[in-house]
Design a protein around this ligand. Structure first.
Ligand SMILES: [Zn+2]
Length: 254
């Protein structure tokens, strides 16, 4: 029995309000589109928080940062329609920029208190070999916000946010090297690819056939962990209770 069972936390497919925090405008689709589609179609309210503006994701014909941000914001909205996203919250930090993790944590504490999600999705900042500073910084900021959104001493209610402290029960890390939960997305997989391709500026180019093949093989491998004797596609997560984010050495094996 693990800690989540002991706490009787619901399955990640059995919650009614989630926030998916992404460092960049396409991370949620790449890593969790199938699962987020399943949730929205089951009546769950899916809220996106996009931390950076994507300005570093230029392409040969467009290198102007303001134009990149405009295009990527439109693409994100289009992808969100395919997922069934109910609300977008854009924090607007500069992609790859010199913002601090604590600035992100402060904003997230406010959002978690206002929106009161049952589950938060984000990139796993403890994935070995992850080198992108936005992924590491945002993942750590999410973990800290989950740990302290219920702490009114460290993060007192402010004039900007008077919502009362709130404890986020659990987190589903995506892009993780330590998955403990696999979701069957066989029926959603083609739509997942369409939602990724809604980010045309990033994916609709000569590398797409190779990238698509990688997504297919990754999803097939994930499904093998769910059901070794049959074929299908899955997404993998490291799902943890909030308690496992502090001083629990066995969390890595959870
Ligand atoms: Zn990213």
């Amino acid at each position: 029995m693990n800690l989540r069972d002991l706490l009787a936390l619901p399955s990640i497919l059995d919650v009614k309000r989630v926030i998916a925090v992404q460092p960049h405008p396409d991370d949620n689709e790449v890593n969790a589109a199938g699962t987020l589609m399943k949730l929205s179609r089951a009546g769950c309210e899916v809220i996106y928080v996009t931390v950076t503006d994507g300005r570093a994701g230029g392409w040969p014909s467009v290198q102007n940062p303001e134009e990149i941000v405009r295009v990527r914001t439109e693409e994100k909205r289009e992808a969100g329609l395919k997922i069934g996203v109910a609300k977008h919250i854009d924090l607007g930090f500069p992609d790859g920029g010199d913002y601090s993790g604590e600035e992100v944590t402060l904003r997230l504490v406010e959002i978690f208190r206002q929106e009161r999600p049952e589950l938060v999705f984000c990139v796993d900042p403890w994935m070995p070999y992850e080198a992108h500073p936005d992924h590491i910084k945002v993942g750590h900021a999410v973990a800290k916000a989950i740990l302290f959104s219920n702490n009114a001493i460290l993060y007192p209610p402010s004039a900007d946010c008077s919502a009362s402290p709130y404890q986020v029960p659990q987190i589903a890390w995506y892009a993780t090297s330590y998955p403990n939960t696999h979701v069957d997305i066989t029926n959603e997989f083609e739509e997942k690819l369409e939602s990724i391709l809604a980010h045309r500026s990033q994916f609709d180019n000569e590398t797409w056939p190779l990238v698509k093949q990688y997504f297919e093989l990754s999803a097939e491998s994930a499904f093998q962990l769910l059901s070794p004797s049959s074929k299908g596609r899955a997404e993998s997560f490291k799902v943890l209770s909030n308690l496992e984010l502090h001083s629990i050495p066995s969390t890595i094996f959870s």
